[in-house]
Ligand binder design. Structure first.
Ligand code: FE2
Length: 149
């Protein structure tokens, strides 16, 4: 049986893994996007990478604050993240946006599950996850809007 702090730290650790992976997916898309919308999508993807990196740092430092060692190693991210892998090679802007927004939606859904799970035990960690979810959902809306008429 986990103590409340262990359960919160585990929820944060799972979020850390997904946020690191989201930043990697975003960079892969940033480097490989092609097509008429290249410049705007390329630049916007980098803004999302920055968002994910800042968010992962916030989560990792909350884990450490709780007395648990955060784990952002490559093998931990590869083993623990369930985001679909981004394909190898150049990707048209439409597909890059679809894949990235799907990854962001997946992260947001999981963050919301954890927001509910940790709320009773640690409102401070809950607040951090709420803020990150808001930023990811807003950024996904802005990215997705590039494709919507
Ligand atoms: Fe770049």
């Amino acid at each position: 049986m986990n103590t409340p702090n262990e359960a919160v730290a585990q929820a944060l650790q799972a979020s850390l893994v997904e946020l690191v992976d989201l930043s990697l997916v975003g960079k892969q898309a940033h480097w490989n996007v092609v097509g008429p919308q290249f410049r705007s999508v390329h630049l916007e993807l980098d803004e999302i990478v920055d968002l994910a990196r800042v968010a992962s740092d916030r989560v990792a430092e909350r884990i450490a604050t709780m007395g648990v060692a955060p784990d952002g190693r490559a093998e931990t991210v590869a083993d623990g993240s369930e985001l679909p892998p981004f394909p190898v090679g150049f990707v048209p802007a439409t597909e890059a946006v679809q894949r990235m927004t799907q990854a962001m939606d997946t992260v947001a859904v999981r963050l919301k599950e954890r927001i509910l799970a940790v709320g009773d035990q640690d409102p401070v960690s809950q607040d951090i996850l709420i803020g990150i979810t808001d930023e990811i959902e807003k950024a996904a809306w802005m990215l997705r809007s590039q494709l919507t008429m």
